[in-house]
Design a protein around this ligand. Structure first.
Ligand code: UD1
Ligand code: CA
Length: 452
């Protein structure tokens, strides 16, 4: 049966103590509600209605979905009132799956199962048994039949003993839902319009209510404060780390690995501790990533070695390259195969040709280095005159002596040599030696000053 989804995301999230709407707080680098939208997208819903309260602009800027239906709940008068805001857009002859926006780990398979359970019932409810159900709505059963949900604040001492709780996720027919929503009232401990009251209405009409459970309780755990945000983040990271290891990646300590995006992998990759992977990252086979590296939207080819403490962002590292320790590859950097950069080397919009090396203490910006060139320690490309940026071209086999400054626009020919300590302001042709530094002068029998 065709169905639409309503995601409840209007709650204030007061306990986050944040100017960011709660549902935009990230899990694995992605807004928590985006996880739910992405999962829902796999289910094939007709419409996705997002009930939001404030921060529409922030929500629209940060969420990606082609045609989300935006339903404003101006005042947060309860979960039933929240669903009422989507009611005008709901068809009588479709099912409606209601989800909460602050439980991001819900699995597609759990929702598929809930949808399947609804096929033999009028209403299907996702419930979970908790050792400590404090604060949750309790599932009331007569025999095996679900007859109502009682909120914690409205529950009797005896009902507080019930461990089966409401996850807030359920599915029912659109026509039923709309009828029940319009009959809700707020005569309860919190003075709210409770969505959960529809369960008792359904039971009283003699409708069949079936319950289904998630594969683990973490899937339905909601986030209300930053302690829970951190604990869900850990659970999510643990899941991702396990999945990567099962796909053949060696994580030296899965508890010290963070993936905030997507990682595409080859075979036999080893990742040392405290590595953070963000955005879209690709790592080829037999590549190792040293401790404390941060990889952001980058590609690292096969058989590369990234030593400890490197930051690689929007850059490409070729096969058999070696990077770091302590190297920083900024956006637009391309290292061709077998090239090497060593410690304290920064590159930006720079191509380092096949087999070329910049092993120590350098800045290379807006630069093209050919094949087999050697960039000496301390070489700086002076690419910026305070207003404009200029390019530096270094030919194949060139040798740049230590501590040289190449003032861009600069052109160093193939197999050219630059003497150490040079400030190069003119073109150097192929095979030439350029020395641009003060001549050495020796003074014999020099007497050092003495103390007066
Ligand atoms: C709700 C359920 C409770 C369940 C629990 C699971 C009700 C009355 N109670 O309680 O049975 O055990 O979730 O976590 O439904 N929201 C709105 N607008 C509102 C109020 C809430 O959009 O006016 C959204 C929130 O953003 C959140 C979800 O609805 O995503 C649940 O709201 P919350 O306040 O956390 O409900 P609970 O009191 O925890
Ligand atoms: Ca809650």
């Amino acid at each position: 049966m065709a169905f639409s989804v309503v995601v409840l995301a209007a709650g204030k999230g007061t306990r986050m103590k944040s100017s960011l709407p709660k549902v935009l707080h990230p899990i694995g680098g992605k807004p928590m509600v985006q996880h739910i939208i992405d999962t829902v997208n796999k289910l094939g819903a007709t419409n996705i209605h997002l009930v939001y309260g404030h921060g529409r602009e922030q929500l629209q800027n940060k969420l990606s979905h082609n045609d989300l239906s935006w339903c404003l709940q101006d005042k947060q008068l309860g979960t039933g009132h929240a669903v009422q805001q989507a009611a005008p857009y709901i068809q009588d002859n479709e099912d409606v799956l209601i989800l909460v926006g602050d439980a991001p780990l819900i699995k597609e398979s759990t929702l598929q199962q809930l949808i399947a359970v609804k096929k033999d019932a009028d209403l299907a409810l996702l419930t979970v048994e908790l050792d400590d159900p404090t604060g949750m709505g309790r599932i009331i059963r007569q025999g095996s039949q679900v007859t109502a949900i009682v909120e914690h604040k409205d529950a009797s001492e005896q009902q507080h003993q019930i461990k089966e709780t409401n996850t807030g996720m359920m599915i029912m027919g659109g026509k039923d839902l709309k009828r029940w929503l319009s009959a809700l009232n707020n005569n309860n401990a919190q003075g709210e319009f409770y969505l959960t009251d529809v369960i008792e209405m359904a039971a009283k009409e003699g409708k069949s209510i079936h319950a289904s459970q998630p594969s683990s309780a973490i899937e339905v755990e909601g986030i209300n404060n930053r302690v829970q945000l951190a604990s869900i983040e850990r659970a999510y990271q643990d899941e991702q780390a396990k999945a990567l290891m099962m796909r053949g990646v060696s994580l030296l300590d899965p508890a010290r690995f963070d993936l905030r995006g997507e990682l595409e992998i080859g075979q036999d990759i080893t990742i040392d501790v405290n590595v953070i992977v963000e955005g879209k990252v690709k790592i080829g086979s037999n590549t190792t990533i040293g401790a404390n590296c941060i990889l952001i939207d980058c590609e690292i080819a096969e058989n590369a070695v990234i030593h400890a403490n490197c930051i690689i962002e929007q850059a490409k590292v070729g096969e058999h390259c070696s990077v770091g320790p302590y190297a920083r590859l900024r956006p637009g950097t391309v290292m061709k195969e077998k090239s090497r950069v060593g410690n304290f080397v920064e590159m930006k919009k720079t191509t380092l040709g096949k087999g070329s090396k910049a092993n120590h203490l350098s800045y290379l910006g807006d630069t093209e280095v050919g094949e087999g060139a050697n960039i000496g320690a301390g070489t700086i490309t002076c690419n910026y005159d305070g207003v404009n940026k200029f390019k530096t071209i270094i030919g194949d086999g060139a040798f740049i002596g230590s501590n040289s400054a190449l003032v861009a626009p600069a052109n160093i020919g193939a197999n050219a040599t630059v003497g150490a300590g040079s400030v190069v302001t003119k073109e150097v042709n192929d095979n030439e030696l350029a020395i641009a530094r003060a001549k050495q002068r020796n003074v014999s029998n020099w007497q050092r000053p003495t103390k007066k």
